[in-house]
Design a protein. Structure first.
Lengths: 633, 633
């Protein structure tokens, strides 16, 4: 059997001939960047063959490499089949790097109303005078301790079978665990002795990229640990579309398993950090987008990516954690947030819960921006939602020096409006390698205020500054000189980059206006704007208004809810009463398909200006720009 | 590997050295009589070694055999270990024979209110204008067809997973199956095309000895087939106590499996006879005694046979048929009748339902007699129950020529009160081999009426008749002369037999009176007596009163309900509304422990006369006996 040795770690793994390097890496537990899901289309899984025999079609895939790289043995891991013992070097850029994962959440104070309880019991052994059956004795004991009425508690077979021995072996001192389930209560565990204080629950945000887990005591509601890691499905494709395609090709089981493994890895980290046993976790609440939750439940997501884009299920789901491979107590239940449509998933419903939107009379706007964005408008009476592709620009993609929020990314920047010299901060305070989304928004806002760009995004090359110059294809502005950077090149933003960013932000703003039109709501009626997710957490809110990413509202009414998906899961975990609200949200929320909405394209066109064609909608920004213009003269 | 060849069938089976002949027979599918469960205590599993080497302790077990039998190679199958290739002959008496199994039931007209429904749907495929999720589309379709409200239907994971493919593969023409479950409805199956007419249910009586299955259409309620067979657990012990002991020694799983196999065998027979697929059976309702239902559910019955005699569970149980190994539709549910105590099982609750006792204002008495008997007294407001050991006499045991209701048993007999010559009927109308329970009751009644025996059971040897004579130990009455019989001996009933029968019947009568005392009910207030089970079905009701087996009531108010256990299961299967009554019965019924009831012993003593010490309680019998006495002079 041939083997593959991965450098620099020298990890060696035996494989069948014909196995791809990518498959070998997955088998070895190495997480590679595979944006396209291993179809040879993204050119991200670059490795260098150091020795040995492989088959790789250089003619077909040569376009991804320079001549020098090809000389050094560059090939695509997903398209290279092992023919004998080989050694390959994995460059750092091919490995998935630690990104900033947003685990913080708003932490709305939620009362503790768990849906799992433990009752420590000291039962009287049966006698000839009181020969009640074991189960009756146990359930009456629970009822006497303030638990649910005995008759309402259902005992499943596996628990029933365990009861006679546990009662007698423990000398009739046991702890019973009861969970609220649709239609009643369920006796989910009976164990020896008093274990009432060991009762934990987990709130999980199952994101396309990352998994975040909160571990909480269900006795006092305290957060005991937080852990996060990558969604291991990334090795099957970076974005949702690649995952669905992977599932269509028979990979659903594998994706399901990877989702469970990703959750389990975070659960283990959290449990270890809290010093508890995963077996003592009795409930898991999970929020995720519609595709993620379908995959986790093992339900085919294929039909969501082709017309007419229908999910299989939209309601909240409950299931046995064990059946889905989630490593918690064997009888623990899962509560999975309901979705609204293919694009408005349980993560957005969790956002809404976390923001408290559905419990208010005032109208709020919720915005979650990533590669895709979701917008929700409404209050306790009604809700409209929509979703769209923002394009990768806001996340640093399709921008020459754009990058994700990895170390070295410029995340904050401001320009001296006179000298145009920037002051910036990078992630981890290292030399800059590029600019991430929040930095780009700062930059566009200040370039606009400094009149370096006009409201269409065109760079004013008439301004005399060494930072403004003609680049290879477009005019550009130099953000950092080569000597300041970690990459030995000037970091610039081109006019083309600015236009990409304008198109991205225009989608979001047009979505907001479309929902507002639909509901007949003017911007003055919006009491709050909630930002959910990493993007909203890091951007400068004033700048977001200045460039017209969101409607103009008073700054004070904009709030970050952090990771709303995990916050919503936390709320549902510790307060069962909020689950009714979840159900109401999922029921009342209307989904507006933007592509089917003629007014959306008009709104989009009007939004492809900084901040918008109609400055009357952005009165404060108009004042600001007027002041700047007067200043520059 | 040694082998065992069984004669007369010449069935040959390879076994490990040291295997017992009994285990080999079980492996070969041969059902032997093993009353003690294979402990060498009952001497029933007699086989004759014809050739080969075995180890068998003749000294220890010789007492079961005559010298001649030992010479012929007699040994006990359960205590004989195979050492090499052997041939053994199995005498007919060792094989379990076909007994009359009571499958008939009263057939009370019950309205059809099933708890499983099928809906044939022709759904509109999704469009961009109507992109509802698959599940929503399906459930709305069901609701539109008159099914339950979509929101109340829970879809379990395995069904959810099947939905997208089934909907599309079938061109959106599917049949959905919905079952009523605690707290709502459950979508238990979705299949292609219109299968709405293929919807069946099974009612099962899981008896200690036999399993009876009714297969019914749940579309129109019609009975499609009835099948029955032995409970295969018999190979692990004939009576309940042996089974529980077998379970205690690690045999619970085996017994569970045998219970499921026994049910499956009957289901297969019924399904084949009806020409349907077992996969189209969507619900199974089972009644059985407390030990049988515990074992079927895989729950340890050990604590029911030792003080203080507690079952693990008494409520009705639901479970997945598949999980218990019942071979019906993978998503079918089981409904198992609740028990009242260790001795009043779900079979008795089913009897009560079948008799309609709990739906009447009048007071009824229900009697089920076997080796053990159960008596229930009550009406819709209250109910008392008790159980006891009748001893084997009423079933033909412990009576010299007593036998079970097998071919050749005298089942009806009447005496010419002048000549004392009997007229009798045997089962299958063959030459008599012995007398079964119903024959014994006829015989005692007529011996009493003919003054051959007095009210204490003593035989009047002063009467001149060739049929009345002194036997080896006791006076006896000749029922059939050797020449008439299949066994070449006179079939007689001894005075000792009569006394055994009196003790047996006294237990039943005393139980009836004890409950009547407890409830303050006189015999005149009893509107009906219901006999459940084989025994009650075959006995002559007048004779039962004459000998004082049951309280004296007008003959017209005594009714046989046949196999009440399977009738009750049938009612619960086709009419879900009756399940509420089951629950009420199990709740309101009080269990009287006869051994803890001082008055029971007094009642028993008073009942050890024919019919009773106090003839005032049996006024019609008194008149009858007076007439006979006068007649004989």
């Amino acid at each position: 059997m041939p083997s593959v040795t991965f450098l620099p770690s020298y990890r060696k793994i035996p494989v069948d001939p014909g196995t791809t390097i990518l498959a070998a890496a997955q088998k070895a537990g190495i997480q590679m960047n595979v944006v396209c899901g291993g179809q040879g289309k993204c050119g991200k899984c670059v490795v260098y063959l150091k020795s040995g025999l492989v088959s790789f079609d250089r003619e077909k895939y040569g376009r991804y490499f320079t001549a020098g790289e090809l000389e050094n043995g560059a090939c695509l891991a997903c398209q290279t089949a092992v023919e004998g013992d080989v050694q390959v070097m994995i460059p750092e850029s091919t490995l998935i790097q630690e990104q900033k994962i947003l685990v913080e959440s708003l932490g709305i104070g939620t009362e503790l109303h768990p849906s799992v309880w433990k009752y420590a019991l000291e039962l009287q052994p049966p006698t000839l005078e009181d020969p009640s059956p074991d189960l009756t004795r146990l359930l009456w004991g629970i009822q006497k301790m303030g638990g649910p009425v005995a008759e309402k508690i259902y005992a499943p077979l596996e628990v029933l079978r365990s009861i006679p021995a546990v009662l007698r072996d423990s000398g009739w001192k046991v702890t019973g665990t009861v969970a609220l389930v649709p239609g009643g209560y369920r006796l989910i565990n009976v164990e020896k002795g008093d274990t009432a204080r060991f009762l934990y629950g987990a709130a999980v945000d199952l994101g396309t990229t990352t998994v975040v887990v909160y571990l909480r005591s269900l006795v006092d509601g305290k957060v005991l640990a937080v852990a996060s890691n990558y969604n291991r499905q990334i090795s099957c494709g970076e974005d949702i579309l690649s995952r669905v395609n992977y599932a269509r090709k028979g990979g659903l089981d594998r994706l399901q398993q990877l989702a469970a493994e990703s959750i389990n890895a975070a659960l283990t980290a959290a449990a270890n950090s809290a010093g508890i046993d995963r077996d003592e976790i009795y409930e898991v609440v999970i929020s995720g987008n519609t595709v993620m939750t379908h995959i986790l439940m093992g339900i085919d997501p294929a039909y969501m990516i082709e017309e007419p884009y229908v999910p299989v299920v939209r309601r909240y789901l409950t299931a046995s954690a064990q059946r889905l491979g989630i490593g918690v107590n064997a009888n623990a239940g899962l509560f999975v947030f309901p979705a609204v449509s293919d694009f408005i998933g349980g993560d957005v419903v969790a956002d809404i819960l976390a923001a408290g939107m559905a419990e208010r009379d005032e109208v709020s706007l919720l915005i979650d921006i990533g590669t895709n964005f979701e917008v929700v408008l409404g209050n306790r009476e009604w809700m409209f939602s929509c979703a769209g592709a923002a394009g990768p620009a806001l996340e640093g993609g399709e921008v020459l020096f754009g990058m994700r929020a990895n170390p070295g990314a410029i995340e904050r920047i401001s320009l001296d409006l006179d000298t145009l010299d920037p002051t910036y901060e990078t992630i981890n305070s290292v030399k800059p390698r590029g600019i991430c989304g929040s930095g780009l928004i700062d930059l566009i806002a200040d370039l606009l205020r400094a009149c370096v760009i006009d409201r269409t995004g065109r760079i004013n090359t008439a301004i005399r500054s060494p930072r403004i110059r003609q680049g290879a294809h477009f005019p550009e502005f130099v953000v950092a000189w080569a000597r300041e950077t970690a990459i030995g090149k000037d970091i610039v933003i081109t006019e083309n980059d600015v236009k990409s960013l304008i198109m991205s932000k225009a989608s979001v703003l047009a979505a907001c206006f479309t929902l507002m039109n639909e509901a007949g709501i003017r911007r003055e009626e919006i009491a709050s704007i909630f930002f959910s997710g990493a993007f909203g957490n890091y951007i400068n809110k004033e700048h977001a208004i200045t460039i017209g990413l969101i409607p103009e509202v008073p700054i004070g009414s904009i709030q970050n809810i952090g990771n709303g998906a995990v916050e919503g899961a936390n709320i549902a975990l510790i307060n069962r009463k909020k689950r009714r609200i979840i159900d109401e949200i999922a029921r009342m929320i209307a989904y507006i398909e933007l592509n089917a909405e003629p007014s959306f394209m008009d709104e989009y066109t009007r939004a492809t200006f900084l901040p918008h064609t109609d400055l009357a909608l952005f009165p404060e920004v108009e004042r600001l720009l007027d002041a700047c213009r007067i200043r520059r003269g």
